[in-house]
Design a protein around this ligand. Structure first.
Ligand code: ADE
Length: 235
């Protein structure tokens, strides 16, 4: 008997129910991101064709034979700033394949990024272009082509790459279908801002004199839920 070959994914894509979110990260250090993008959940999301993650090497858009990407600041001061021309060219390149993409700049001067922002960006299902800031800063005119400036914490990283990895991870795991249905529903219930998780245990019941709390072994689900809520609020 001939089996009907229906590609359900294709059907859902055609109906506009699912689409692959393309995220392009503009960086001078693409190697920093390659391992993270090719592992674990980020790899799975790409394997399921729910996300497409790419790095774009800013150096390719550098000026002159030395592919210069930075220069000294007007008015004096230490360090070098990322020049506007290579970044404008890199964003234009990314927009060729993702014309409606939102442009995010990773910078300690951005707004404080939170789970709510991850959800907003995941559910908008817009393609994203992420610019990693570098060195002592960037020419301010870059911000004219940026939609959002994001800071992942009140500390200064050497560049935006680590911030970009954190932001990509936090968004991609929320794309429907990336995690198992059960887990994503659980995340939804934990997504009202500053919610913390409760402590968890696995086998063995006793390890180096430390026992798993009795309530977790009781099989009493109402009690377990109550304990977990108490613990989550305690931390
Ligand atoms: N680049 C350097 N530090 C950063 C931070 N805390 N958040 C985002 N981008 C950054």
């Amino acid at each position: 008997m001939i089996k009907p070959s229906v590609n359900w994914r294709m059907v859902l894509v055609l109906w506009g129910i699912i689409r692959e979110m393309k995220i392009q990260v503009i960086t001078l250090f693409p190697d920093m991101l390659t391992g993270v993008f090719g592992s674990s959940m980020l790899w799975k999301a790409q394997d399921k064709e729910l996300a497409k993650l790419e790095t774009v090497d800013l150096r390719q858009f550098g000026l002159g034979p030395r592919k210069t990407v930075d220069d000294t600041p007007y008015g004096g001061g230490d360090g070098m700033l990322l020049k506007p021309e290579p970044l404008f060219a890199a964003v234009a390149y990314c927009k060729q394949s993702a014309p409606n993409a939102k442009v995010l700049l990773m910078t300690p001067r951005g707004y404080d990024y939170s789970q709510k922002d991850a959800q907003r960006l995941a559910s908008a299902n817009n393609d994203l272009i992420i610019i990693c800031g570098r060195y002592e800063g960037y020419d301010e005119r870059i911000t004219s082509i940026v939609d959002e400036q994001i800071c992942i914490g009140h500390y200064v990283l050497t560049g935006g790459e680590i911030a970009a990895m954190a932001v990509v991870d936090s968004i991609v795991r929320l794309i429907p279908g990336v995690l198992g249905g059960e887990k994503s529903a659980e995340i939804e219930s934990f997504s009202d801002g500053d919610n913390r998780e409760f402590p968890q245990y696995t086998r063995p019941e006793e390890f180096r004199g430390m026992r798993v709390p009795e309530v977790l072994l009781s099989g009493h689900h109402a009690e377990i839920d109550k304990w977990r809520t108490e613990q989550a609020n305690k931390q």
